[in-house]
Design a binder for this molecule. Structure first.
Ligand code: FAD
Length: 472
């Protein structure tokens, strides 16, 4: 076998996106994955009982279907099929109702009562220009290609989620909906720019939906790897890289790792100034996750929850604010905000006949060792009385488990680094070429680089474009 033109360290969605970009340009590419299975944050496994397929990390993929890069790939030809629930999201309230984020802006607004016009006014302009807005968000940091639309989005996105919710909406339901969307990111909702996550997720729900791959998230990683192989690339699992020197001298090395790992792997190659800047990179709260094998679907009190792929459990804006503030400050919320997915209600292939899986997590302080299982299950039980009676088995994972599984999850931070405003705009360092390092031919391509976390592959794609440009 001839030596590769490029080696990619890590087979997360960004590593695979980088490898595909290079292979499509005619480069010979090897991907080395340290774990036994490829995919990084896009893997599935029988975590509880035989026949129950759980998503180890990511489960819901609006950013993958909206990704300007993934949209160009023939992933359906490699077996990827998207499954959409009738509604992307439900948010149950204590009075037995649920607010529902529907695919249609009109239908969502219509159910928000006095906030009907406010939802329409906030979302419609974003949804109408969604491709341009997301293209600019995922292209940051650079001058936007659609400056007017981007400015309209940016003015709202730079607000705090709490400010946006209180300043725009009057009803409990609409405020809670906005808080839950924003709280996907592990940041205190009073911080500047915390509204950005909620706006992006809200607009994707309306524009492209919040689908899941039939059979589990692993199918997305497998389809990406199959496409890479079709382009002549290779992917090897169980092949951790401990020193870049062992990779020979390819034209480019792209690392799907975090800044601390790059410092270890590239010891001696990085300038002292750049190394010092990487050392200042900060990580944020971690995650505690529970996966359940279930005898039957979750017995939601609000029937609307049965129509949604994702359910947000946190009651009111105030409760969600308290939960996220606690994790941000290094404390554990008594009633944590819980993100829950119920894939088998819409994709029965992932569990034995009539059985189901459930996926849920909450934010905890970085490095937390507290077992949040009871608190998470209490939140589900609050909105689905009898839930505990349908549990057949559970698997839990806190920060230490995430780190063991994937060294990128430093302290259980599954977002590749803190998402405060500075690291949201510039990651991993203040630079307009965030994927390049000062070492010739060495690039960082993980979610610790722009444009940040989620399964969209744009960090990897953009790092690979930088490598191709430098090689010209
Ligand atoms: C619990 C959880 C839930 C999530 N939910 C969602 C969701 O629903 N939707 C969504 O869009 N996103 C979600 N995410 C986030 C998403 O998974 C990540 O943003 C995304 O996977 C980051 O991709 P990446 O390629 O940068 O890194 P990763 O996916 O972390 O992949 C990095 C890969 O590199 C490998 N690696 C690291 N070091 C080495 C080395 N030295 N040698 C060889 N291999 C190495 C790792 O083993 C890993 O496979 C979730 C994440 C978690 C953990």
């Amino acid at each position: 076998m001839s030596a590769p033109d490029a080696v990619v360290v890590g087979s997360g969605p960004n590593g695979l996106a980088a490898a595909i970009t290079l292979a499509a340009a005619g480069w010979r590419v090897d991907v080395r994955e340290g774990a036994a299975t490829i995919g990084g944050g896009v893997r599935s496994a029988e975590l509880t009982l035989p026949g129950f397929v759980h998503d180890v990390c990511s489960a819901i993929h609006p950013m993958a279907v909206a990704s300007p890069f993934f949209r160009t790939l023939p992933l359906a030809a490699h077996g990827l099929e998207w499954v959409d629930a009738p509604a992307p999201l439900a948010h149950p309230l204590d009075d037995g109702r649920a607010v529902v984020l529907e695919r249609s802006v009109e239908a969502t607004a219509a159910a928000l009562g006095r906030d009907r016009a406010a939802w329409d006014a906030l979302m419609r302009p974003l949804v109408d220009g969604w491709e341009g807005i997301l293209g600019d968000v995922l292209g940051m940091p650079r001058w936007p290609r659609h400056p007017v639309r981007f400015a309209r989005f940016g003015l709202r996105a730079l607000r705090s989620a709490s400010g946006l919710a209180r300043g725009t909406f009057r009803t409990r339901g609409a405020r809670a909906l906005v808080a839950g969307l924003a709280a996907h990111a592990p940041v205190a909702l009073g911080l500047p720019a915390s509204a950005s996550f909620g706006l992006v997720l809200g607009l994707t729900a309306h524009a492209v939906g919040w689908p899941m791959p039939r059979g589990g998230s692993q199918r997305l990683a497998d389809a990406l790897a199959a496409h890479l192989r079709a382009l002549g690339g290779t992917v090897t699992a169980g092949a951790p890289v401990t020193d870049l020197a062992a990779l020979g001298a390819p034209r480019a090395i792209l690392c799907d790792v975090g800044p601390p790992a790059l410092l270890r792997l590239a010891a001696g190659r990085l300038s002292r100034t750049y190394a010092a800047r990487l050392r200042r990179f900060r990580y944020g709260p971690g995650v505690f996750k529970v996966d359940w094998a279930l005898r039957e679907p979750i017995p939601w009190r609000a029937p609307a929850c049965r129509r949604a792929g994702t359910v947000h459990l946190g009651g009111t804006l105030e409760e969600i604010e308290a939960s996220e503030r606690a994790a941000w400050r290094g404390e554990h919320a008594e009633r944590p905000f819980v993100l829950l997915a119920q894939p088998t209600v819409f994709d029965p292939t992932r569990a034995p006949d009539g059985r189901h899986v459930g996926w849920a997590y909450c934010h905890v302080p970085n490095g937390s060792t507290v077992d949040m299982t009871d608190r998470i299950e209490a939140q589900v039980e609050r909105f689905a009385p009898g839930f505990r009676d349908v549990i057949l088995a559970r698997a839990t994972r806190g920060p230490a488990g995430f780190v063991r599984d994937n060294p990128n999850c430093v302290g259980g931070d599954v977002y590749g680094g803190a998402l405060d405003v500075a690291q949201l705009l510039f990651r991993p360092v203040l630079s307009f070429a965030p994927h390049r390092t000062p070492a010739r031919g060495l690039y960082l391509c993980s979610a610790s680089t722009a444009p940040g976390p989620s399964v969209h592959g744009m960090c990897g794609h953009r790092a690979a474009l930088a490598a191709l440009a430098d090689a010209r």
